[in-house]
Design a protein around this ligand. Structure first.
Ligand code: NAP
Length: 254
């Protein structure tokens, strides 16, 4: 065991920030959190942070060696499939232990009317049959996929302003969770929303929109997650990640 355990957290999620905070207090552990660097004013984790892509698996493998990293935790968003694939490949090349921390997806409950689709494109294809007034919560970078739908009106909520390729009939709401059910109900009523579109991101911060859609009897188009990589240990909670770090690397010196 090294005197100091160097952990790289691939972040950008609430779980990644909570893991960084928990490890910051652990003696003998040094944590660096990595962010993609695309959000203008990101919520920062405690401790050391680096920003920007690594340049693919080769770049990440080189970075891990250069910074003497001992273990990698991929706590990126469930839809950040490229970063995850890159982490898997870099771990294979360097022989470093890799853990995937992914919060569970959402589950339908009685009263829900969810339409599962495999992609954003499939979500766009389904919308004309479901309603005209759409609440789109799939992120600003997904807006080009819906740009060809002239028959729909969109309320798109995102953290940062979308780019130039967007639907013709669009209102943008710049906002960041967590959201409340009362707030979501008021928003959907005010804009006479007929259908909600979301990714299966999971987590507590943005479930309110799903509960509001249930209460209003609205259909929800929900994009399935990309499949998890095979052969990599995966956990669903920060607590389980901390336990894995203990067993995979042994307890810290103090
Ligand atoms: P992605 O498509 O898998 O990533 C694209 C590229 O961005 C990666 O290949 C990598 O570039 C770079 N990158 C992504 N995450 C990084 C990280 N944590 N640190 C350093 N570089 C990173 O992922 P994405 O959907 O663009 O998501 C980017 C970030 O936003 C992630 O950190 C994710 O947790 C967060 N986020 C994503 C979503 C979503 O819906 N996708 C939602 C909320 C938060 P290189 O190949 O050059 O290394």
């Amino acid at each position: 065991m090294p005197d100091t355990l160097n952990v790289l957290i691939l972040g950008g999620t609430d779980e990644a920030r909570r893991l960084a905070a928990a490890l910051a207090g652990r003696a003998g552990t040094r944590v660096v959190s990595s962010l993609a660097g695309r959000v203008r004013d990101p919520k920062l984790p405690v401790g050391e942070v680096r920003e920007g892509g690594f340049g693919g698996p080769g770049g990440l493998a080189a970075w891990l060696a250069e910074h003497d990293v001992h273990v990698v935790v991929d706590a990126t968003h469930p839809f950040a499939a490229r970063m995850t694939a890159s982490a898997v490949e870099a771990a294979r090349r360097t022989g470093l232990p890799l853990l995937i921390l992914r919060r569970p997806g959402w589950r339908e409950a009685p009263g829900d009317d969810w339409r599962w689709v495999p992609s954003l494109e499939a979500a766009a294809g389904l919308l004309p049959s479901l309603g005209e007034r759409v609440f789109l919560t799939t992120g600003r970078r997904s807006l080009p996929v819906f740009a060809g739908l002239d028959g729909q009106w969109f309320l798109a909520r995102s953290v940062d302003r979308p780019g130039p390729l967007v639907p013709r009939r669009l209102e943008v709401l710049l906002s960041r969770g967590p959201f409340t059910v009362d707030g979501e109900l008021a928003l959907m009523r005010e804009h006479r929303v007929e259908v909600l579109v979301t990714k299966d991101s999971g987590g507590e911060m943005t479930t309110a929109k799903l509960l509001a859609a249930r209460e209003l009897g609205l259909p929800v188009v929900i994009v399935r997650r990309p499949p998890p990589p095979e052969g990599v240990t995966s956990v669903e909670t920060v607590e389980a990640a901390l336990a894995w770090l203990e067993t995979a690397t042994g307890p810290g010196p103090a």
